[in-house]
Ligand binder design. Structure first.
Ligand SMILES: [Zn+2]
Length: 438
């Protein structure tokens, strides 16, 4: 007998990667074979990711699907094997989470459970730091009690990595897997799967419930293949729960058309308002005299007060130049920088979490999903086009997340007060007002 576990549970596998024995065993377990492509209305489609394949692009080489190449090359005349989505899990598992939800969280949790029972998709629109993860625990408990399977997905690896230990703690008796492109972990048919949305491309009709966190964030926003992957990975009878602090227009449209139920959560879990950004108009560029004296003054003040800092930049080169200047200015302070191009990003964020550094410089890569207690947030060149309104709201939301330090400051530095900056400040203020906190 060969081990076939890693192919079970609605998993899609190229048969070239399987031995004949494995194939026959999997077919015996209910798997089905399909050609790698299918034609519809004159177009050729990839059976794995449902993207179109243009044969004219391949004159000299064997055609394959370019869109899902990251999961191994799928040639148009390959065959794929898709296993059955139904799996058996042990009964009577206990939820080990013993926390308490606030009244607001309980209300939303109740609404979400109702949607799940009625087989309806749902959106939680919750401010940053509202405690979205805790709200979904009772839902996950219900899913496990029903012997079902759930995938919790985010477009961001960092978000998945942060979620994993929290879920392990909350559901210590349940099989939980963490899968993303930077993780060597071999897939296994776990009851709770935490993964980047990309990983869903490898599944079909696999999950009873899909929880999609940060649905508005890059690269999910605007990527049709990933949106198709979400729909494809859930069972026909399955439901989707979206979580977002800044939901995209498409979802709000679905809410208007009554296709999606909505719960709003305007309050942070600790009941304090969102920190409203302090705006600083700079007369000179941020790199004037290497570090603009107004920015320098604030950083020095924070370091003296033993504050920890997250400093956001629109572009990697600007960040690296700033980092050099800052290290010269503060040689005694431990400073880290991370970006999407940084291979050691995950380790560095962990070091910052372990308080091995006082300042972390970053791009929008850390705009969401990460929580550091007691942290001051600075945004350099907040008027740069790289910072969307959503990104700035998320960045501001890194501050004041800890119950003991709800008053962390957020500072925006810019040379031009743009409509975007004004909208960010207005929106945060309005959320606080709607929560009855101002
Ligand atoms: Zn494909």
């Amino acid at each position: 007998m060969e081990n076939i576990n890693e192919y079970l549970g609605g998993r899609i596998t190229n048969t070239r990667l399987l031995t004949p024995q494995q194939i026959s065993q999997l077919l015996h377990c209910g798997a089905k074979l399909y050609p790698a492509t299918f034609s519809r209305e004159g177009h050729l489609y990839c059976r794995r990711c449902f993207s179109t394949i243009d044969l004219d692009d391949f004159r000299k080489i064997q055609p394959y699907c370019r869109k899902c190449i990251n999961f191994g090359k799928l040639l148009v005349n390959d065959q794929i094997l898709i296993t059955d989505g139904s799996l058996n899990f042990p009964a009577d598992q206990i939820m080990t989470w013993q926390g308490q939800l606030t009244d607001q969280q309980s209300r939303v949790c109740h609404e979400v459970l109702k949607s799940y029972q009625n087989n309806q998709d749902h959106l939680i629109w919750a401010v940053t730091g509202a405690g979205k993860t805790e709200i979904i625990f009772p839902l996950i408990k219900q899913i496990i009690d029903n012997g079902q399977r759930v995938a919790i997905c985010s477009p961001r690896i960092d978000v998945c990595i942060e979620l994993f230990p929290r879920l392990q703690q909350a559901f210590a008796q349940t099989t939980i897997g963490l899968f993303h492109g930077k993780n060597e972990q071999q897939y296994f048919p776990c009851q709770i799967m935490i993964a980047t949305v990309h990983q869903l491309v490898r599944f079909e009709k696999a999950f009873d419930v899909l929880i999609v966190d940060e649905v508005d964030s890059f690269p999910l926003a605007g990527d049709e293949m990933l949106h198709r992957a979400i729909i494809k990975a859930k069972k026909v009878s399955g439901t989707i729960l979206y979580l977002s602090a800044t939901p995209p227009m498409e979802l709000l449209k679905q809410v208007k058309q009554n296709q999606l139920h909505l719960s709003k959560l305007y309050r942070r879990f600790h009941g304090h308002p969102l920190p409203e950004p302090k705006c600083h108009l700079l007369l000179r560029p941020s790199n004037f005299l290497q570090i603009n004296p107004r920015i320098k003054w604030l950083i020095q003040r924070a370091v003296k007060a033993s504050e920890r800092l997250m400093i956001f930049f629109p572009r990697i080169p600007d960040m690296l130049i700033f980092e050099r200047s800052l290290k010269r200015l503060l040689p005694q302070v431990s400073i880290l920088s991370v970006s999407s191009k940084d291979d050691q990003r995950i380790e560095k964020v962990q070091r910052f979490r372990n308080k091995e550094a006082q300042i972390i410089l970053t791009t929008t890569i850390l705009e969401r999903g990460v929580t550091f207690p007691k942290i001051e947030v600075l945004v350099i060149d907040a008027d740069a086009p790289e910072f969307s309104k959503t990104a700035l709201i998320q960045i501001a939301g890194r501050a004041g997340r800890d119950k003991g330090h709800p008053d962390d400051e957020v500072h925006l530095y810019y040379q031009f007060y743009t409509e975007k900056i004004s909208a960010v400040c207005r929106e945060i203020k309005s959320v606080n007002q709607q929560a009855g906190l101002k």
